[in-house]
Design a protein around this ligand. Structure first.
Ligand SMILES: [Zn+2]
Ligand SMILES: [Zn+2]
Length: 380
């Protein structure tokens, strides 16, 4: 193989990683990768017995094309991320320095049986999976921090409030770590619960301007329970972003909707068909035309725009962490906020027996033993 050309392809594939190009899963071991030179053109890469094949002309000439190189690197990164998640997801922050950078470090025999031991990668402290009372600060201050974070108070502002209310000397970094550790655990925990949702889902996307940058926020809402199945963020608004959002929704619901209703400017047709069409249900998409869009009583999402606008406003303040906030908001909206129309939370409406408060979620999440299982989205 021509080494120089290989290097060039390798560099191009790395540029694709850096540019945040995302392959779309298209059936078992098949991935769609957008062409980098021609807009709208896509190549399918198929993996069979460890061999990669691409539809592009470059691979047809037996060259290891940039799409394959890109996909290999992308999958390796994803795998590594998953491993890291497995090793850290049952953690609490390090009791000495509050860092979340911790790693599994063997087990320790205690009178309660074997306990997971952790090593803090920042300060080197070893500790067993600490019950929540032992964390610097306490339940009360953590709940307060999470609550204020959801409302868009800055980390510094939260640290200040915690100092005032609880007399605890905490820095904004500590607050950031609390939110990321505990919200991570709570999200993992709520993701183990399957809401019983209906057959008609409503999808839309909104443009927000965050620190001079454009971002899109995507929603998929179940029409029956008002359960928010996906709350996603992306810098772009295209077919792949829509599909990623639908894949999130399907993973949460554990099924496909029969009908997806949209009213936005964006054309969802192709993405909806790809993610929801079946032989028995070839036309799963319904789009409101502009005149009927005014008939907002039909469009569930329209009625939630106030709630979502609140989220979108807060999200503008989270430079680079919008996706995380969107995910955290989904938990807040579904499990904590009592819906005025429903008189309960969407989760309760969807048959999940869970008190509408952070406290119970936090305590259950911390004690939940199953958190090491990573969630996997169902493939098409
Ligand atoms: Zn290729
Ligand atoms: Zn530490």
């Amino acid at each position: 193989m021509d080494n120089e050309k290989y290097q060039l392809r390798k560099e191009k594939s790395e540029a694709m990683i850096e540019a945040g190009v995302k392959p779309v899963i298209d059936g078992f071991n098949e991935y769609i990768i957008p062409s980098q030179t021609e807009q709208g053109l896509k190549y399918k890469v198929t993996i069979k017995n460890g061999w990669y094949a691409c539809q592009c002309p470059d691979n047809a000439k037996d060259n290891l094309c940039k799409h394959i190189l890109f996909l290999k690197t992308h999958l390796a990164i994803k795998f590594k991320e998953q491993e890291t998640r497995k090793n850290t997801s049952t953690s609490v922050p390090c009791p000495a320095c509050e860092s979340c950078d911790i790693q599994k470090n063997g087990t320790r025999k205690t009178i309660m049986g074997l306990k997971q031991r952790w090593l803090c990668l920042i300060c080197g402290k070893r500790f067993v999976n600490t019950p929540i009372q032992k964390v610097k600060g306490n339940e009360e201050s953590i709940i307060t921090a999470i609550d204020l974070y959801m409302k868009g108070v800055s980390y510094r502002g939260i640290a200040d409030t915690i100092r005032q209310l609880f007399g605890l000397e905490v820095t904004h970094v500590t607050i950031m770590n609390w939110v990321s550790c505990y919200m991570g655990r709570i999200n993992d925990y709520v993701n183990t619960m399957k809401p019983q949702v209906g057959e008609v889902w409503h999808a839309d996307e909104q443009l927000i301007k965050a620190k001079g940058k454009q971002e899109y926020v995507w929603n998929v809402l179940d029409g029956d329970t008002l359960f928010l199945l996906a709350s996603n963020e992306s810098p772009t608004r295209n077919y792949n972003d829509a599909r990623e959002t639908f894949q999130q929704a399907k993973a949460v619901a554990g099924k496909k909707a029969q009908l997806v209703v949209t009213d936005g400017a964006f054309n969802y047709q192709k993405a909806v068909r790809k993610e929801f069409a079946t032989y028995a249900n070839p036309k799963p998409h319904y789009r409101y035309v502009s005149i009927r869009a005014k008939d907002a009583s039909n469009n569930k999402i329209e009625r939630f725009h106030n709630t979502f606008r609140q989220r979108d406003k807060v999200m503008r303040g989270f430079g680079g962490k919008q996706k995380q906030y969107a995910e955290n908001f989904k938990t807040y909206y579904n499990f904590v906020k009592t819906h005025q129309g429903l008189k309960q939370t969407p989760a309760q409406k969807a048959g999940i027996d869970q008190k509408a408060e952070w406290r119970e979620l936090l305590l259950k999440a911390v004690q939940h033993p199953m958190l090491t299982t990573p969630n996997s989205a169902p493939e098409n």
